[in-house]
Design a protein around this ligand. Structure first.
Ligand code: ADP
Ligand code: MG
Length: 477
């Protein structure tokens, strides 16, 4: 039996405002527990919430970035439920009229094709506090600092068909909110949190299957693993004659499995009603125009431009536009060295590898884009081979100087002079009569052996193209 997974994500992006969504309390991360929630955040009697304009602007920015309608009028609603980290008994959210309506983003799949994923809506809401279990024996601690922190909840259409697609979509939303500067994207600190809704259905079936909602996915790796586990679990469940129940499940990273947490509430359990303390949010054309005017080039537009201007593949263009810093770095290298493909390879392979090994971000690269471009120029004008360039790159990475000074001081210039190469070629052939005989008897793959010997004798400095030509000519004589 062939099964088709269906996945929709709900993402909570913490908006990077100085103060909370309805109060002046600070949103800074890491303060001592319970020092940053004020009377308004706690919903104490006699206080009123006032909407933070900055949170609204950031939501509008997001709406425009995903090509969505921004509601001229949206309203806040109370979502009522009890939980120890929500002392006021309700969360202020948006329900019937969210600030951002339907929009869409593009994801690049592994085969290089582009898929459009629908965003159903995005709405503003306040965060709740945090329950702490780790440092407490037989009880829980409650830290209310996070209470009232502005969130944008971004809800996707059920458009994803595999865990990989879900990860590509989540990365795309992460990329957009960070490009826009509306969220710091820090997943360890909980600034970007994902819930995955997963169901399966028989291939060809139009109706959606019953879904489970997976919580506690705080990395892209866990998102992928949890979804894959859940797909398998649901298929097994149905194939063994059972059925999937609608519920909330918690992903346990240690055991790489999902476990039932609670049966899923229906919206009407929350008794949503318009918050009587807050006015409707009205957004004028001016604000939208202002936001549009200040919009940076977004990842999808950048990817398309990179394809067109630099002739990159869809996957390479996607990778190189992951962050603004990375895209800028690549563009500087490409323009300074004049060979975009060479620049792309070096940024994606050598530079990315070196950064990875040290756990560094491009922004902290010890090697700037101009320095890298200077090295690539020496490959282009054949001063050094690509292989020697890697050696020079390592020396540059360790701070031993510029490409040119390292090439000179270590005598790495490529030998392009045919007579110099010829002398070495002759010597190598003379030293290996047996291999020569075998080659002439038809064992042509020995060419590689001879090339290797010449490169070894010249410490890799002979121009590989010339070596090949000269060897072929002399060996077959
Ligand atoms: P709720 O109000 O319970 O959170 P929504 O209808 O808002 O439910 O949907 C939440 C998320 O679940 C959305 O991202 C949506 O695309 C996804 N979703 C809804 N139904 C399914 C389904 N049958 N399978 C997979 N995902 C689903
Ligand atoms: Mg939901």
């Amino acid at each position: 039996m062939l099964w088709e997974p269906v996945i929709g994500l709900e993402i909570h992006a913490q908006l990077s405002t100085e103060s909370k969504i309805f109060s002046g309390a600070s949103t800074a991360y890491g303060a001592a527990p319970n020092t940053q929630a004020c009377a308004i955040d706690l919903g104490l009697p006699g206080v009123l919430p006032v909407l933070n304009e900055n949170a609204v602007r950031k939501a509008v920015k997001f709406g425009k970035a995903i090509d969505a309608e921004v509601a001229k009028r949206s309203i806040f609603a109370r979502k009522n439920y009890f939980y120890p980290d929500l002392p006021k008994g309700y969360q202020i959210s948006q329900y019937e009229l969210p600030i951002v309506g339907p929009g869409h983003v593009e994801i690049v799949l592994e085969d290089g094709s582009v898929k459009r994923v629908g965003v159903t809506r995005a709405h503003l809401e306040e965060d709740a506090g945090k329950s702490l279990h780790e440092d407490f024996q037989g009880m829980s601690g409650i830290d209310l600092n996070r209470t009232g922190t502005p969130l944008l909840e971004i809800v996707s259409d059920p458009d994803m068909r595999s865990a990989k697609e879900a990860v590509a979509y989540a990365r795309k939303i992460h990329q957009i909110v960070v490009y826009l500067g509306i969220c710091d994207g820090n997943m360890q600190e909980g600034s970007f949190r994902m819930d995955a809704n997963v169901s399966v259905r028989r291939k060809g079936e139009q109706r959606l299957g019953t879904r489970a909602e997976l919580k506690n996915l705080n990395s892209f790796r866990f998102l992928e693993r949890a979804i894959n586990y859940e797909i398998e679990r649901q298929i097994e469940q149905i194939e063994s004659g059972g059925e999937v129940v609608q519920e909330t499940r918690l992903y346990d990273a240690n055991n790489d499995e999902t476990r039932s947490m609670r049966s899923k509430e229906e919206a009407n359990d929350y008794r949503y009603f318009p918050d009587p303390d807050l006015l409707p949010v009205e957004i004028g054309d001016e604000l939208v125009a202002e936001v549009l005017g200040a919009m940076p080039e977004l990842p999808d537009a950048k990817r398309r431009r990179f394809r067109k201007d630099y002739g990159l593949s869809e996957l390479d263009a996607d990778l190189l536009t992951t962050t603004r810093v990375q895209a800028d770095y690549f563009e500087t290298v490409a323009q300074a060295c004049g060979d975009p493909k060479l620049a792309a390879n070096w940024v994606m392979v050598e530079l990315a590898g070196a950064l990875n090994r040290q756990g560094l971000d491009v922004a902290d690269s010890p090697l700037g884009p101009e320095a890298l471009a200077a090295l690539l120029l020496r490959i282009r004008d054949q001063t050094i081979s690509g292989k020697i360039a890697k050696q020079v790159f390592d020396a540059m990475w360790r701070g031993q100087g510029s490409a040119d000074s390292i090439i000179e001081s270590q005598g790495l210039r490529q030998i392009t002079d045919d007579s110099a190469i010829e002398a070495v070629v002759d010597q190598v052939i003379a030293d290996n009569p047996q291999q020569l005989e075998q080659y002439r008897a038809g064992k042509e793959k020995l060419l590689g052996f001879f090339v290797g010997q010449v490169m070894k004798a010249t410490q890799g400095k002979a121009n590989p193209g010339r070596v090949n030509l000269l060897l072929k000519a002399k060996l077959s004589r």
